[in-house]
Design a protein. Structure first.
Length: 375
């Protein structure tokens, strides 16, 4: 009975000593559970808050020069909007021109792809290709007639599930339309928001959180600035390389491959797939494939050995395997936005872990000092 009382007393003392840590841990757990239930709204709020943090230093500089915070935010938003509009004006005509060229050449591409598919099916799969479209239609009718009722039910259920996902898509589009308004109000009232949160904390905790927050923002700034610069350079290199390789849609594919590099590995994966398909339907010779793939290899060598180390550097400090795991988790939780925010979020978690580890180590050292001093 004495041991039980000692255990209860020890637990009561531990709870009283670490009540703030327990309280905030429970709050964090409830927060993450809430985020998991309302992904769309959580994505909007997190993206808005992240953009507000990125804009705040720029707005503060204007504010120090006598410009009101509201005017500064509207001015920065106007410049960003004008820059995006300029990109559309420059890129859309080129993309439309290549699209028109694709439409003109599409019958030839389809015919070429059909011929090559027939040769491949007959030579490597041992399947005799159909002689005409009528034969394809007849075989399709026979296949549909052989489908059972259970398969039709399963297909209907899958179709219904897909239709219900349209609500999520509509909500996502609606959230994107709301994003500028959320960013505006959060950026304008960011200090008041932080003061309100700080009122629940003591001075020491506020100082610690401020230090950690500044370190996280330093990593995030460096990552996005470096990654955007690298993406623009890669887009130029891919456009030049694909043009020299005589790849259809060289400008559009190169631009997409480079700019999507802001999400690590995404641009290369999509660009590689598009380049392979376009090479297959245009001129699928071994030399053409070698030229196109050589462009990817050369650009990746330049990016991996020169651009990223020099421009992005060790801004995040995460192992490549950790980067891939973060991208998978972010994409699974929040889709494309989650993949974009995965690396900064991983950097934030890394900073928090390092500070927590340092706090534990300092606490252990203090306990050892007390024990050896006999106090």
């Amino acid at each position: 009975m004495g041991e039980l009382e000692e255990t209860v007393a020890y637990l009561r003392t531990a709870v009283q000593t670490h009540r703030k840590t327990i309280f905030w841990s429970v709050c964090a757990l409830l927060f993450f559970l809430l985020v998991a239930q309302v992904k769309e709204v959580a994505s909007l709020l997190l993206a808005s808050y992240g953009l507000a943090l990125l804009l705040d230093p720029v707005v503060t500089r204007f504010e120090e020069r006598g410009v009101s915070r509201t005017v500064a935010i509207l001015g920065i938003g106007g410049v960003l909007f004008a820059f995006g509009l300029l990109l559309l004006v420059l890129l859309v005509p080129a993309v439309v021109g290549e699209y028109q060229q694709l439409i003109v050449n599409l019958p030839d591409y389809v015919r070429s792809a059909a011929e090559k598919s027939s040769v491949f099916a007959e030579r490597w799969l041992g399947v005799e290709p159909p002689e005409s479209l009528d034969q394809v239609a007849d075989e399709a009718r026979q296949y549909v007639a052989a489908i059972g009722v259970e398969q039709l039910k399963a297909a209907g259920a899958a179709l219904g599930k897909t239709a219900l996902q349209g609500y999520s898509l509509a909500l996502t589009v609606f959230n994107l339309l709301l994003l500028p308004f959320f960013v505006f109000y959060l950026t304008r009232d960011l200090r008041a928001f932080h003061r309100t949160l700080g009122s629940f904390l003591d001075t020491e905790t506020q100082t610690r959180i401020s230090t950690i927050g500044k370190e996280i923002l330093t990593h995030v700034y460096a990552f996005f600035k470096g990654q955007l610069t690298v993406s623009i350079i890669l887009a130029v290199l891919y456009i030049i390389g694909f043009a020299l390789a005589d790849l259809p849609w060289a400008f559009a594919v190169g631009t997409l491959t480079g700019l999507l590099n802001i999400v690590p590995y995404l641009g290369v994966a999509i660009g590689f797939l598009l380049a392979t398909l376009l090479t297959l339907v245009s001129e699928p010779s071994l030399s053409h494939f070698a030229f196109v793939y050589g462009v990817f290899i050369a650009v990746q060598i330049v990016e991996g050995n020169f651009l990223t180390p020099k421009i992005v550097g060790e801004s995040v400090g995460i192992h490549p395997l950790g980067v891939m795991v973060a991208l998978i988790i972010g994409g699974d939780l929040f889709g494309l936005l989650g993949m974009i925010l995965a690396i900064p979020a991983a950097a934030a978690i890394r900073v928090l872990f390092n500070h927590s580890l340092a706090a534990v180590e300092s606490s252990d050292e203090a306990d050892e000092l007390v024990a050896t001093s006999g106090l």
